[in-house]
Design a protein around this ligand. Structure first.
Ligand SMILES: Cc1ncc(C[n+]2csc(CCOP(=O)(O)OP(=O)(O)O)c2C)c(N)n1
Ligand SMILES: [Mg+2]
Length: 285
């Protein structure tokens, strides 16, 4: 069965809303895990798994599939939720997140869950994995794209910078990378811990095609990917996201980096997300 992409913006926005709700449910059930990053990335994951990727969830090893490489492994609850909604595995399995014997580990393991292209958790490493996959695909004459998601906190390490220098030097135009620029990391604001701004200028100085977008705007993300493909260069798309997006008391609060909601917080969050869903349904485009 061929995977049917969503091309309608309202459908993609509704999927992002579903992804937010399902992600919070799995975190509530797990009683541990990360909330802020995943909520901020729900629009990106809706765009990625339901429009951008050429993939076959029922045939996860399909030779011609695009590869999605997650570098900031701790945000995986939102990836699992997008994957379950796309049909990689039954949605009920989301309730096994972080439990003993699960395939949905707290940080992804590519030997456990079909569709997970790389193991991650140690920050930074996915960037080099993506570069390696892109170089290998080019050497083998393959036409698929490699997409990599990295985070701003990962830039405290040298590894992303090394990987992207390499991608620029070898003009890896089959690689499109994204940064979750949400200005938070584990214990504070990125600019207090290790300042990164002006991040876009730094990337341009590396001779990288750099595009900065509102990372919570699905149509902006789709346009950025189109423009990256047309550039014929290795591209970096900076996703300016709001951590905790969609749940007022979680938004822009680094304290929600690695904390799940409790029952009362979950109920409040779902209430807000349901009213946002209503708004999307009534929106005129
Ligand atoms: C090599 C390594 N060092 C430290 C950690 C611990 N750690 C996990 S998440 C995190 C913060 C990363 O920042 P970011 O990805 O921007 O976090 P978010 O935006 O999701 O809050 C840290 C330091 C790790 N996983 N790997
Ligand atoms: Mg961050």
């Amino acid at each position: 069965m061929t995977f049917q992409k969503l091309t309608d913006l309202r459908q993609l926005k509704l999927m992002a809303n579903t992804i937010r709700q399902d992600t919070l449910r799995s975190l509530l059930e797990a009683k541990s895990g990360h909330s802020a990053g995943p909520l901020g990335l729900a629009d990106f994951f809706s765009a990625m798994y339901f429009n951008i990727l050429n993939h076959e969830p029922k045939n996860p090893k399909w030779e011609f599939r695009d590869r999605f490489v997650l570098s900031c492994g701790h945000v995986c609850p939102v990836q699992y939720t997008a994957m379950a909604n796309a049909g990689y595995f039954p949605k009920e399995e989301l309730m096994t997140l972080r439990k003993l014997g699960t395939r949905l580990h707290g940080h992804p393991h590519n030997g456990s869950l079909p569709g997970i292209e790389n193991s991650s958790g140690p920050l930074g490493q996915g960037t080099s994995q993506a570069v390696g996959k892109a170089l290998a695909a080019r050497m083998e004459g393959k036409k698929h794209y490699i997409y990599c998601l990295t985070s701003d906190g990962e830039h405290n390490e040298g590894q992303p910078w090394e990987a992207w220098m390499f991608a620029a030097k070898y003009k890896l135009s089959n690689l499109i990378a994204f940064i979750d620029r949400n200005y938070i990391q584990i214990d504070g604001n990125t600019e207090n811990i290790m300042p990164l701004d002006p991040l876009d200028e730094k990337y341009r100085a590396f001779n990288i095609n750099t595009i900065s977008v509102d990372g919570n705007d699905i149509s902006a993300i789709l346009n950025a990917v189109d423009s990256a493909k047309k550039s014929g260069k290795f591209s970096m798309i900076i996703l300016n996201t709001i951590p905790g997006k969609g749940v007022s008391f979680m938004e822009k609060k680094y304290e929600w980096h690695g904390k799940p909601p409790n029952d009362a917080e979950y109920d409040l969050a779902i209430k807000e997300l349901l009213s946002e869903r209503q708004r999307i349904e009534n929106e005129t485009f």
